[in-house]
Design a protein around this ligand. Structure first.
Ligand SMILES: C[S@@+](CC[C@H](N)C(=O)[O-])C[C@H]1O[C@@H](n2cnc3c(N)ncnc32)[C@H](O)[C@@H]1O
Length: 258
């Protein structure tokens, strides 16, 4: 049985598929971060940058991004897709040492993989006083409830769910979700906001199965079971599917003093 850290580092083997099948991030997200910052953002540090889908969003708009990522295969894929002025560092969040600080520190679909112990004091050391922390992401769901249910039934013998559970156990019905909950409790951060950006896409059934092949819950299954679950899911999908992949954004400002 693979543990959580194996699951956190399960993406690298799938770096190319990740780049091909996972949806990117919209310009509206960049605008939201900038509006919240209320001042120009010149430098940013990204945690768990993966293949650089969020790195591109900022770097293409003139922000000097340092992209950090522990998985060498993901980082190699990232380097193929980002502008030359992006600095890349192979490191997990836990290995980043305080030193330089940034106007923006952010994590896209990656913060839940980091160690909760000392997370916010370590984060605060990386953000300039008055600077911004952002975390964003969300599940990719099937928009049609009937298709979603057919997939759930096909998946059930192999996996109860492919969701990533809330890291601090916040019930799904609560208004403020993780990591907003932790940010609000941290003495280092203030002005915590949570917003949702709607993201919809239509894709072929084949690409949808490709997308599933980048989701850690499937990646950690033994190979024969993984192949079977993909086959069973493919059998119940229509030729094209609509996905609902809303992005939940958490923003907070680094206090000058805790
Ligand atoms: C779901 S991917 C997200 C990639 C990218 N940020 C995106 O939005 O497309 C999660 C990433 O977190 C990385 N990761 C896992 N554990 C980490 C840690 N402790 N610190 C930083 N990144 C980590 C994985 O290697 C993987 O690239």
């Amino acid at each position: 049985m693979l543990g959580m850290s194996d699951r956190a580092l399960s993406f690298g083997t799938m770096a190319e598929a990740y780049e091909r099948f996972r949806p990117g991030y919209p310009a509206a997200l960049f605008d939201m971060v900038l509006t919240y910052a209320g001042r120009p953002v010149r430098t940013a540090l990204e945690i768990g940058a993966g293949t650089g889908k969020a790195t591109r969003l900022l770097a293409q708009r003139g922000v000097t991004v340092t992209a950090t990522e522990p998985d060498g295969a993901m980082l190699a894929e990232l380097r193929r897709h980002v502008p030359a002025n992006v600095r890349t560092v192979r490191a997990a969040f836990e290995d980043l040492r305080p030193g330089e600080s940034y106007g923006l520190v952010y994590a896209a679909a990656a913060l839940h993989w980091t160690n909760p112990e000392g997370r916010w004091s370590r984060m605060a050391a990386l953000v300039e006083p008055g600077g911004v922390f952002a975390s964003f992401g969300g599940p990719v769901q099937l928009a049609d409830p009937a298709v979603e249910e057919a997939v759930r039934v096909a998946r059930a013998p192999f996996l109860a769910s492919d969701d990533v559970p809330s890291p601090d156990g916040t019930p799904p019905g609560d208004h403020l979700q993780w990591p907003g909950t932790e940010l609000q409790r941290s003495p280092w951060f203030t002005d915590v906001r949570q917003s949702v950006i709607e993201r919809r896409a239509t894709m072929t059934a084949r690409d949808y199965v490709g997308l599933l092949s980048t989701i850690s819950a499937y990646l950690v299954l033994p190979a024969p079971e993984r192949e079977q679950v993909y086959r069973r899911i493919a059998e119940v999908l229509p030729d094209t599917v609509e996905i609902a992949a809303d992005i939940t954004v958490h923003l907070a400002r680094r206090r000058r003093e805790p």
